[in-house]
Design a protein. Structure first.
Length: 128
């Protein structure tokens, strides 16, 4: 039986509780490992921007991990929050395939404290 299509954006807040980088990465992996059922493949990862004004350690670590996973084929698409715009080609592609993303409150806000990620529907390959 096929899963129902995703109809709303899943938000994963990694910065809640001021975790260390390792705690945030573990939270990400635990969330992906949990069965998502019909929740779908698009996730907004809230990692924060960092208090220094130059980007925080969690943001850098999560974005580096997502870039690595994309190179390895574990992630289909990554759109940085500052690029999440109606004018960005990657954003347009996601919004065309997942129409509910057009209602996202961060669209066109340049929010560098988050990243949108499209995962394959079967996240088990992340752990191979």
């Amino acid at each position: 039986m096929a899963a129902a299509p995703q109809t709303k954006l899943i938000v994963l807040n990694l910065k809640a509780g001021m975790p260390t980088v390792e705690q945030a990465k573990r939270r990400l992996l635990e969330s992906l490992y949990a069965p998502r059922g019909a929740s779908g493949p698009v996730v907004k990862i809230i990692h924060g921007y960092g208090s220094t004004g130059t980007g925080g350690a969690i943001r850098s670590a999560i974005r580096e991990l997502m870039a690595q996973w994309q190179r390895e084929g574990k992630v289909l698409k990554v759109v940085a929050g500052e690029n999440w715009s109606i004018f960005d080609a990657g954003s347009q592609d996601l919004r065309q395939r997942y129409t509910f993303l057009g209602k996202d409150e961060d669209l066109d806000r340049g929010n560098a404290g988050m990243t949108l990620v499209e995962f394959p529907s079967d996240t088990s390959r992340i752990f191979r």
